[in-house]
Design a protein around this ligand. Structure first.
Ligand code: AMP
Length: 282
């Protein structure tokens, strides 16, 4: 294990730690919900490369979960997370309780539009982006980072946060980091822990289908037909599909032909009780 890592759990402790951290130069923030895996650690490494000091926040944000979702069962592995972060020489861990982020009487929400209304995650998790935007705005104001790292794994979220920071003149540069995958292509996710052995064997289908569709579309195949075929393969593997779509890689607007701009393919599907998402560029 690396050196002892500094953990702040109250605003007062955070402010005191920031006095020290901010003196050293640029500060990067990596917001997470804990249950850290190699995808999160890639964000931390990127942060290390680009900033003098790195703050990782660990907060399972209740407001981005609907009542029927997995807030209660979401994996919490705080001791393990701290051990991993201290190996990477993270300067500060911001781990507030829910009562610190949402004290009694809390009554403000940021409701993002634009990429947050693309008809992708927002269609299936209508509460999600207001929860994310509100907590991320708070994390930015609390930690005052110069840079913030977000994974392309959550591609729509990356667009929403980027837009929000710009729209609210928050003085932070949002940086996207490519998705880290298992050897078989499955995107790392804290939720992969929910998969049974059988489901885990099937799960890489999502990435395989994304790659197949991307290859066909870049070779000139019609988008709608290619995605229809992809949906058939995903469903045949045992998934219930929420969406498999081709969108403009910047605006997330619907796209009819490869000429309409850089394309991102995005998928969300449920395998048993686990909901998985993934995306790739064409
Ligand atoms: P989470 O803890 O799931 O909210 O994720 C925290 C951050 O890690 C988000 O910016 C995610 O997009 C990012 N992330 C999650 N999984 C991966 C992955 N497999 N590769 C890269 N970034 C990831």
């Amino acid at each position: 294990m690396g050196r002892n890592i500094h953990v702040a759990r109250s605003i007062v402790a955070l402010d005191r730690a920031l006095l020290r951290v901010r003196r050293a130069g640029k500060v990067a923030l990596v917001p997470t919900m804990g249950a850290l895996h190699k995808g999160h650690l890639a964000l931390v490494r990127q942060a290390r490369r680009r900033a003098a000091k790195v703050i990782v926040s660990i907060f399972v944000n209740p407001t981005q979960f609907a009542p029927n979702e997995d807030f209660g069962s979401y994996p919490r592995t705080f001791a393990h997370d701290l051990a991993e972060l201290s190996k990477l020489e993270v300067d500060l861990v911001w781990a507030p309780g829910a009562d610190v982020v949402y004290p009694q009487g809390f009554a403000t929400r940021i409701v993002p539009e634009g990429p947050a209304l693309a008809g992708l995650e927002d269609k299936f998790r209508p509460h999600f982006f207001a929860g994310v935007a509100t907590v991320v705005a708070k994390l930015f104001v609390q930690c005052r980072p110069d840079l913030a790292m977000f994974g392309e794994k959550d591609f729509q979220q990356l667009k929403v946060v980027t837009r929000m920071a710009r729209d609210l003149d928050l003085p932070v540069r949002v940086i996207g980091v490519p998705t880290v995958r298992e050897d078989d292509g499955l995107a790392l996710s804290s939720r992969n822990a929910y998969l049974s052995a059988e489901e885990r064997a099937v799960a890489p289908t999502l990435h395989r289908v994304l790659r197949g569709c991307a290859r066909k579309i870049s070779a000139g195949a019609p988008i709608a037909k290619t995605l229809d075929e992809g949906r058939t393969v995903v469903a045949a593997a045992g998934f219930v599909i929420d969406y498999l779509e081709a969108r403009h890689a910047e605006t997330l607007a619907a796209i009819a032909s490869a000429k309409d701009g850089p394309i991102r393919l995005l998928v969300a599907a449920r395998l048993g009780k686990t909901r998985l998402i993934d995306n790739i560029g064409v």
